[in-house]
Ligand binder design. Structure first.
Ligand SMILES: [Zn+2]
Length: 156
């Protein structure tokens, strides 16, 4: 695994342990070149999912992107990080078990909203209000961008 700080590819695993009720393995990694420490998660991927946008474009499903948008909608909400991880894993499992490899982007939005509605009303409303604009634009990138709080210019 390449070091995200210096690009060195020879990093070491310091610790491995199950996370999220044993649906993933959390690995603490160490880069001997720069001393950087980072964490990776290993998960079962049942199948490769493809997102179909309303304009017909296809792109590989990106769990990290989904996770970013969900975490932003849950900012400053009193929700355990483990609970959020579990929810995201549940959403991905649902997508993977839909029987289709190609999934319309609006279907993903609906599933996320259903999951959020069960966990936190405020996060649900935040996500849903952006999702309405999202359906007009129907571009996941725009969607994630809109969810980003306007308070952090230049911060990525
Ligand atoms: Zn490094």
């Amino acid at each position: 695994m390449r070091c995200p700080f210096c690009g060195n590819i020879d990093t070491q695993v310091k610790d491995s342990r199950p996370a999220e009720d044993h649906v993933s393995i959390r690995r603490r990694r160490f880069c001997p070149a720069c001393g950087g420490r980072f964490t990776t998660y290993e998960r079962v991927q049942l199948r490769d999912l493809v997102v179909i946008k309303s304009n017909g474009k296809r792109e590989d499903f990106d769990r990290d992107k989904l996770e970013r948008s969900i975490r932003i909608s849950m900012q400053k909400r009193p929700i355990e990080p483990d609970r959020i991880d579990q929810m995201i894993s549940g959403i991905v499992r649902r997508l993977e078990s839909m029987g289709e490899t190609d999934i319309p982007s609006n279907r993903i939005g609906e599933i996320v909203m259903e999951a959020l509605a069960r966990i936190d009303t405020v996060a649900y409303v935040r996500f849903a209000s952006v999702y309405k604009n999202f359906q007009a634009a129907d571009d996941f990138e725009d969607f994630v961008h809109e969810l980003r709080p306007p308070t952090a210019p230049g911060e990525e």
